[in-house]
Design a protein around this ligand. Structure first.
Ligand SMILES: [Zn+2]
Length: 589
């Protein structure tokens, strides 16, 4: 709805659906749904909460976190300026409002996103606040409701915002394990990293009438495919037709539906003793074999991001981030199949997602690493145009993510460690990928990896592109080749949004902190694998030798750690990417 100019501004607004001029009070009485055409206006988080919960039952959780600009990100405006402007215009501290309340008398915890605040983007503070809400639900043994509205991860916080997809997902996994219901309510719009994590890996997914949800946004899909999008693409009804949501709900029915679902979950819940929730990293259990996973210096989890000392490994010569991007994309760079040939022995490829597809952009199967059996899963690009096209440039479809999921679970059942090799510009942003549930496929992989009871070792070998990379990179140890990159968005994509045009990609590459040394400093990556001479493609045999040594050095200590402890330590690893914690936790309770 847009308000007509002039004095009538406060009293009237024009419907974006049917252009009717509507009396504002009447519109609000109708829950901001146009009485003429049914258009659902976007709601801010405070109004959404008011509509959903029983009057007087809401207790907001603290939302103030220490200021964070972990990358010192500047595009045409410094990030802190954008934050201040968002706070001033919305009156909110961040893009999410969290609390506990009752709905139809049923107790629940809720996190409600607000699209008006920097497009509802998922940064460290938002991830931290939602995670705390999920932890509160676990403590109180009540269901969790997430109302999503987001353009995706917050670019200004780079790979740290990508990590929030894992952080929130593992909190949802903990609720799954405890038998507590999780529900997401998709509102318009829900895209990118939010769609590909907690918006779709909950037990139930409801879509508000008129909401659109997808992994890739319509503009990106049109740009990449050059095709017109089908009528109603990514709308709630489209999602229902394609099996991606449980129901489409009119706003006026939403509260009643949620109350009924909460009541059913409560009735069906078996009586059980409260499970103490997993303590954050400071209660690190010391176990000889576990030490390499979380070095004691970091085990308290209180070190602010950005202050992590660099790895003891080599200090690579500084080169410009944009040059590194081009090196990481070099067509001669060794691929996953090359490494399977040079680093591993006896690779037996396994195919298929068992649901109707086999994606060539993901290869996986059993192999041996220095005589030890492992499951290897990786993105496959190619060296020639024909290879690249046949492999969809290493951009996995939902079938690819589901094949990877199948192999991860198989590995856990067989007790095999998982080694992933990440080299993708991103997940497939095509029309059929959206139809087949790309967001949910990625989300399920991320969640599953946070609880997979077997060692997981990830290596970013080339391009680590956004959610598609993270779908294989939630691991006990994350290694990165010296000239690989790992980023929440491509520099070109970031430039197109935050700069006047895509030609600012080199500046964006620098601002995003996507190189191995940067990510090591931020704690996203544990170790850099040095490349020979100028780069991996100049001496693939030497690259393979170094990768093999790094894999063994990192994998062997993990093999002695009991699976339950591995999962605990992995969760601690991904729990520490929240907003700065100094003094914050006291206010969380
Ligand atoms: Zn209307």
């Amino acid at each position: 709805m847009t308000a007509p100019a002039g004095h009538a501004e406060q009293l009237w607004s024009r419907c974006a659906g049917c252009a009717s001029l509507l009396y504002r009070k009447r519109l609000r009485r109708n829950l901001d749904v146009c009485p003429e055409c049914g258009e659902h206006t976007r709601l801010g988080a405070p109004e959404r909460l008011r509509q959903l919960v029983d009057p007087g039952s809401l207790r907001l959780l603290p939302d103030r976190l220490p200021e964070a600009d972990p990358l010192d990100f500047v595009d045409v405006l410094p990030y802190p300026h954008r934050l201040s402007a968002a706070r001033a215009s919305t009156g909110l501290a961040e893009a999410v409002l969290c609390g506990t309340a009752t709905i139809g008398g049923q107790p629940t915890a809720l996190a409600v996103m607000d699209f008006r605040f920097l497009g509802g983007s998922l940064g460290c503070a938002v991830g931290e606040l939602i995670t705390r809400t999920a932890e509160r639900a676990l403590d109180d043994r009540v269901p969790l409701i997430l109302v999503t509205a987001s353009g995706g991860a917050r670019m200004q916080e780079g790979a740290l915002s990508l990590m929030q997809m894992a952080t929130v997902s593992q909190a949802i996994a903990a609720l799954r394990e405890a038998g507590l219901l999780t529900v997401s309510v998709l509102t318009d719009p829900t895209y990118g990293g939010v769609a590909a994590s907690f918006a779709t890996n909950t037990d139930l997914v409801l879509a508000e009438s008129g909401a659109r949800m997808g992994f890739a946004g319509p503009r990106v899909i049109r740009q990449v495919t050059g095709r017109a999008l089908p009528e109603g693409f990514q709308t709630a009804d489209f999602l229902l037709r394609h099996g991606q949501v449980d129901m489409v709900v009119q706003r006026r029915s939403l509260r009643g539906r949620l109350a009924a679902l909460l009541a059913a979950a409560r009735a069906g819940r078996p009586a059980r003793a409260p499970v103490p929730r997993q303590e954050p990293a400071r209660h690190h259990e010391r176990l000889a074999g576990a030490v390499p996973t979380v070095p004691p210096a970091e085990a308290d989890g209180h070190r602010p991001v950005g202050e992590r000392p660099a790895d003891d490994g080599p200090t690579p010569a500084v080169r410009d981030a944009w040059d590194t991007v081009r090196t990481a994309r070099h067509p001669g760079r060794p691929t996953t199949l090359d490494y399977l040939d040079s680093v591993f022995d006896g690779f037996v490829e396994l195919h298929g997602d068992r649901l109707g597809g086999d994606c060539p952009a993901i290869v996986g199967g059993v192999a041996r690493l220095a005589g030890r059996h492992v499951m290897v899963i990786g993105h496959q690009k190619g060296h020639t145009t024909a290879d690249l096209v046949a492999r969809n440039f290493g951009m996995a479809s939902p079938a690819g993510h589901r094949k990877a999921l199948r192999l991860m679970r198989l590995a856990a059942r067989l007790g095999l460690p998982v080694v992933t090799l990440v080299d993708t510009p991103g997940a497939d942003p095509g029309i059929s990928a959206e139809e087949q549930g790309q967001a949910a496929a990625i989300a399920e992989n991320i969640l599953t990896l946070t609880v997979l009871p077997t060692p997981v070792l990830a290596v970013i070998t080339g391009e680590g592109g956004s959610g598609g990379a993270l779908a294989l990179a939630v691991a006990d140890r994350v290694l990165m080749l010296q000239h690989a990159v790992y980023s929440v968005i491509s520099p070109e994509g970031c430039a197109a949004i935050l700069w006047p045009d895509r030609s600012a990609a080199p500046q964006a590459a620098r601002a995003l902190r996507l190189t191995a040394p940067d990510l090591c400093r931020l704690g996203v990556v544990d170790e850099i694998v040095p490349e020979p001479a100028t780069a991996a493609h100049d001496d693939p045999a030497e690259t393979a030798r170094r990768l093999r040594a790094a894999l063994l050095a990192n994998l062997l200590p993990l093999l002695d750690v009991p699976p339950a402890m591995l999962v605990r330590l992995r969760r601690q690893r991904f729990r520490r990417f929240g907003a700065p914690r100094a003094g914050a936790r006291a206010g969380a309770r």
